[in-house]
Design a protein around this ligand. Structure first.
Ligand code: URA
Length: 194
């Protein structure tokens, strides 16, 4: 297995799907490559495509604030990446073949970072990690065991920007769930609701 930097270099020249045609930059991932906590979003938006970093727009500012307020962490202590690394045109949803083409990059990042806890932000990341059909509204409020890690689904911060107080409160509770899962360590074998 090469390094995460080798994987990044591969992603930067990737042309495996049509999203490569419209991108300004590949948005690979950022943060601590040895983090115990990793966030997974959907795909770059306009700002991210320009800057080359995940969650640098309004959604990212909200995410940073909630993580700082609930967990006291900043981006130097967690890792953050998206299901697809290139911006879908006009911010449309990523298509199944695009998610599939990018899968080796996301799973490669997870293997390299090897977080104890993965927080999935929104439907795409939650479905990608849990391989389930249901949306995040149904699946959040619990944590799931996947390949020896906890997956804690929560809303996408863009949904919190639209949805207001209740969605933000749910995200805060999910962040606390992620934190307690971190403290609990990787020994448990069950998926524990609540
Ligand atoms: N939304 C995402 O899912 N990812 C980003 O990087 C930015 C917005």
């Amino acid at each position: 297995m090469g390094s995460i930097e080798t994987l990044r270099a591969e992603a930067l020249s990737c042309a495996k799907c049509r999203l490569s045609e419209g991108r300004t930059q590949v948005v690979f991932g950022v943060g601590n490559p040895d983090a115990a906590l990793m966030f997974v979003g959907e795909g770059p938006g306009r700002q991210e495509d320009l800057v080359g970093e995940p969650f640098v727009g309004r959604s990212g500012a909200l995410l940073d604030r909630l993580v700082s307020e609930e967990l006291g962490l900043d981006r130097s202590s967690f890792y953050i990446a998206n299901v697809v690394k290139c911006r879908p045109p006009a911010n449309r949803d990523p298509l199944p073949d695009e998610v599939e083409a990018c899968r080796p990059f996301l799973w490669g990042q997870i293997k390299h970072v090897s977080p104890a806890v993965l927080v999935t932000l929104g439907n795409f990341a939650t479905r990608a990690m849990l391989n389930r059909e249901e949306g995040v509204t149904k699946l959040r409020g619990a944590r799931y065991r996947v390949d020896g890690r906890w997956v804690v689904p929560t809303f996408h911060p863009a949904a919190a920007l639209r949805g207001g107080g209740d969605v933000v409160a749910a995200m805060r509770a999910d962040l606390v769930r992620a934190w307690t899962s971190l403290e609990q360590g990787p020994s448990e074998a069950e998926s524990i609701p609540g």
